[in-house]
Ligand binder design. Structure first.
Ligand code: ADP
Length: 246
């Protein structure tokens, strides 16, 4: 479902991703961990072309793109990758003047050309799935951070993407609201959604990930099962990162 080969990204003269290789099968969950500034968000943003990689290749749901320095991407390539991916942002990024249901309906109506009534029906089903069926007509400012993030997740799922991307989905939340969001992400994993999750919750990584990668300074330092990376690693950089979390 996802394959990344020798992916590099520079901003100006600074190389932020320095040759990333990874692949993820359909239905699997990849958790990305690593210190701040190591390139996790940039890697995730390259997966849906919010950032254009400088070099390497990216393949999502069978569509493969190759990048070379200075290359401009075609609009169709960008749209095709965007259709295959759904992003959940740290800061939710809901439309403030739209209700919960309208936020979920937006992409269905504008991108998928679903009729308004059918889009609302689907939005209500998704709201039920994330436990917010009674908030369909509430505006973001009337909702807690955890509720807003659950709507952000429902909005991404509504488009039924091949790949769901989560960029630190709980790090803007008060601690007591983290659990309700993790529960929704877990339920998506158990439904067989293919997901890449950048997150600092190690317990979640242990329970949900099929694969964990640890990034540092633009490279993958370590890659394996949660057990291998989080419990059994002898890599000094991994151990140092994990010990700082505790
Ligand atoms: P992480 O998610 O692991 O904290 P990021 O991917 O956000 O790391 O950032 C990696 C590095 O790339 C940092 O040094 C950051 O300053 C730099 N960076 C990220 N986005 C940009 C940008 N748009 N322009 C310039 N530098 C950037």
């Amino acid at each position: 479902m996802l394959e990344i080969m020798n992916l590099k990204k520079s901003f100006g003269g600074e190389q932020v991703l320095r040759g990333i290789n990874l692949s993820l099968e359909k239905g699997k969950v990849l958790v990305v961990i690593g210190p701040s500034g190591s390139g996790k968000t940039t890697l995730l943003r390259c997966m849906n072309l919010l950032e254009t990689p400088t070099e390497g290749s990216l393949s999502v749901g069978g569509l493969r793109l190759d990048f070379s320095p200075g290359q401009k991407l075609g609009r169709n390539d960008v749209l095709s990758i965007r259709k295959r991916t759904g992003m959940v942002f740290q800061s939710y990024n809901l439309f403030p003047h739209r209700t919960a249901a309208e936020n979920i309906m937006e992409g269905l109506i504008t991108v998928q050309k679903t009729g308004k009534e059918q889009a609302r029906h689907h939005a209500l089903e998704l709201l039920q799935k994330v436990g917010l069926e009674d908030k369909a007509d509430a505006y973001p400012f009337q909702l807690s951070g955890g509720q807003q993030q659950r709507i952000g997740i429902a909005r991404a799922v509504a488009m039924d993407p091949d790949l769901l991307l989560f960029d630190e989905p709980t790090s803007a939340l008060d601690p007591e609201l983290v659990g309700e969001v993790l529960k929704v992400i877990k339920s998506l994993a158990s439904e067989g959604r293919t997901m890449v999750v950048v997150i600092h919750e190690m317990k979640f990584a242990e329970e949900v990930a099929d694969q964990v990668i640890l990034m540092d300074n633009g490279v993958i330092v370590e890659q394996g099962t949660p057990q291998q990376v989080l419990r059994q690693s002898t890599n000094e950089r991994t151990r140092s990162f994990l010990s700082r979390l505790n």
